[in-house]
Design a protein around this ligand. Structure first.
Ligand SMILES: Nc1ncnc2c1ncn2[C@@H]1O[C@H](COP(=O)(O)OP(=O)(O)OP(=O)(O)O)[C@@H](O)[C@H]1O
Length: 628
């Protein structure tokens, strides 16, 4: 039995089982703070349904659907329930695709509509051209319109749509973004589809529901309300931990739905918990109590530093870690691996400082200096599509012990390139030789590294068939090639130009960082995790756009007119966004927490922070203190 399954039942777990066992299934929203065991409750509920109602589900060829945020989380949860085939645990995209893929005609109609809408938008834009419209814009629009027209013509020849990361409608490929728009839209407009979903999945659980797309929540609610008691739909989440702009946040209760609360925090020491509660106090005011028995609850430690935001930040951060190693009761904060429990995990808002330290600055600049906002954000979250071939094939293949390592062969078979596992009519021996030579050549290019080696290694991997590129990458590399009808935005093209000029060696450091194999992690990337010692680095100059401002949150800097307007209108504001991010960060700490603020005016910042009472313990330390 895994740790989650063997955790003692809470009142919420018992209440939830009552809902799942009733003759009429109840829908619910489990709302609880950080470390309250929401994922633990979800796993327990999933296991309960599989064990208690498994025979019935099997007889009716039904499953419990469990939607999680990442593939890693999905695998963990599935392992928790013994990989039961009755539990369909997947990310939102895979789940939605599994629902819609049998309905090919609906997909085709939706795509047709989509292309027609895009064409209309361009035609409207063309109609409003003025004498100042640039020739390049006119040419770009004309080319996009022509490509869309060809896509429309080719659509009727598509016999089956498939699903990848990026789309190429002319080849019948849909992308991530299509799936999350299309499936909810079709569920909401087609009663039959909603009924089919309900009959296949009488139980649907959604983890991290605060960051789920609003239209997906809406569609799932429709499935449940239409099924009237035949579907138990449950959301597990915490609106205070909504850290992605696209997330729904709080989920409203429909008539007859139950709100299940979990007042405990099982994760954090007493001191950390009081900071967690304090950060939340000016939001919804939810106060957690420790869920650990009194004799097992530790007091823990919290530290707060305010340091100058100058060009010695990295050095000062090192000083803080070494000061903490000497003064905290928790041992070393400097060891290189936080995951083994010796060192501290350092949470940075974004990566400029880490990029420099860890050696991927050029890559950072390539994604951050361009105008593609979506690629910039995806880079920060570790999900940018141009990086996928490197993450999935090029880096692992080059990191393997040798060209002939079994891991190389199995990876290439999975990824569908020259060793495509699904293709039966290939000359296996011949392809193995080709793949072996290609891998050897690729390893040489990657080992030589240097400026432009991102572009050269990617081109080599694509031309030798080791990598099957996303349609967007394909049209970039080969405009007249296989995916010539795909329209690539000029912003994406500009970012790709800069990316191709980078050194492939930088990618290895970037992935190490993103996969949390370094002591650093991004503040966004740590949700769901916990670490014994956490350092939260607060630095507005490192921030992106105007989305977050710790200085405004702590009252160091005044709110802008726009901020005030947003607050007055009850809209999501910089204060609430920053508070939520800080909440996620401080609540990752199990025993010890340090918050390090880099501020332009240290004296004013220190006074404002002491005033703000975010930090209830002792004095705020500054540069003179850490020298000791
Ligand atoms: N019922 C329980 N009894 C004891 N410990 C528990 C219980 N439920 C959860 N825990 C422990 O509390 C910690 C947090 O659990 P979990 O990750 O499930 O919480 P969460 O609410 O999903 O967290 P977050 O929202 O902060 O990511 C884990 O270390 C887990 O083992």
């Amino acid at each position: 039995m895994t740790e989650r399954l063997s955790a003692p039942d809470t009142a919420a777990d018992i209440e939830l089982r009552g809902l799942l066992d009733g003759d009429e299934l109840g829908c619910f929203v489990m709302v609880a703070g950080a470390g309250s065991g929401k994922t633990t409750s979800l796993v327990k509920a999933l296991d309960h349904v599989v064990v208690k109602h498994g025979a019935r589900l099997r007889a009716r060829t039904q499953q419990v659907a469990c939607i999680t945020y990442t593939e890693v989380a999905a695998r963990e949860i599935h392992t928790d329930v013994g990989n039961s085939p009755l539990a369909a645990v997947s990310t939102i995209h895979s789940f939605l695709w599994s629902l819609i893929s049998p309905f090919q005609t609906d997909i085709s109609n939706w795509v047709r509509c989509r292309i027609e809408n895009e064409m209309q938008e361009i035609k409207d834009k063309q109609a409003s051209y003025s004498s100042r419209t640039r020739d390049t814009t006119i040419a770009k629009d004309a080319s996009a319109l022509k490509k869309l027209g060809t896509q429309l013509q080719l659509l009727s020849e598509i016999s089956r749509f498939t699903y990848g990361t990026g789309s190429d409608y002319a080849k019948g490929v849909l992308g991530h973004e299509d799936i999350v728009s299309m499936v909810p839209e079709l569920i909401l407009s087609r009663k039959l589809l909603a009924r089919i979903v309900a009959s296949k999945y009488p139980y649907i659980f959604v983890d991290e529901s605060q960051d789920t797309f609003p239209n997906v929540v809406h569609a799932l609610k429709r499935v449940a309300t239409q099924a009237r008691g035949a579907v138990g739909l449950g959301f597990f989440g915490d609106p205070m931990q909504q850290i992605f702009q696209r997330g729904v946040g709080a989920i409203s209760l429909e008539e007859g739905w139950r709100r299940i609360e979990k007042p405990e925090n099982f994760r954090s020491s007493s001191r950390v918990l009081s900071v967690v509660n304090q950060v939340r106090s000016e939001a919804d005011g939810l106060v957690q109590v420790s869920g650990r028995p009194a004799n097992e609850q530790e007091e823990g430690e919290c530290f707060f530093f305010v340091l100058p935001a100058d060009d010695r930040r990295s050095e000062r951060l090192e000083q803080v870690r070494s000061w903490l190693s000497r003064h905290s009761k928790a041992g070393s904060w400097s060891a290189d691996s936080a995951d083994t429990g010796d060192g501290a995990k350092i949470l940075m808002i974004v990566h400029r400082m880490v990029a420099k330290r860890m050696g991927f600055e050029q890559l950072y600049v390539a994604f951050h200096d361009g105008d593609s906002k979506s690629l910039k954000e995806a880079f920060d979250e570790g999900s940018a599509w141009p990086l996928k071939p490197f993450e999935e094939v090029i880096i692992p293949v080059c990191a393997a012990d040798s060209v002939d390592s079994p891991s190389v062969i199995s990876l290439l078979r999975q990824r569908g390139g020259v060793l495509n596992a699904e293709s039966s009519d290939v000359d296996v021996r011949g392809s193995l030789t080709i793949a072996r030579d290609a891998v050897a050549a690729l390893r040489k290019v990657v080992a030589a590294a240097g400026p432009g080696s991102v572009g050269s290694s990617l081109r080599l991997a694509v031309t030798t068939g080791l990598v099957v590129p996303d349609p967007r990458l394909s049209v970039y590399l080969e405009p007249e090639g296989m995916h010539s009808e795909v329209v690539l935005s000029s912003e994406a093209k500009e970012t790709l130009d800069a990316f191709m000029a980078c050194d492939v060696a930088e990618l290895q450091s970037y992935f190490k960082y993103m996969q949390q194999q370094s002591p650093y992690a991004t503040q966004h990337g740590t949700k769901g995790s916990e670490f014994s010692k956490v350092v939260v680095v607060v630095d507005d100059e490192e921030g992106r756009y105007n989305l977050y401002s710790y200085e405004k949150l702590f009252g160091i800097k005044d709110l802008s007119e726009v901020d005030k307007k947003n607050l007055a209108a009850g809209k999501d504001s910089v204060l609430e966004r920053t508070r939520r991010l800080l909440y996620v960060c401080v609540s990752r700490a199990v025993n010890s927490l340090a918050i390090v603020v880099f501020a332009a005016d240290v004296v004013a910042a220190r006074a404002a922070i002491e005033e703000s009472k975010t930090f209830p313990y002792g004095q705020v330390l500054t540069v003179n203190d850490i020298a000791l």
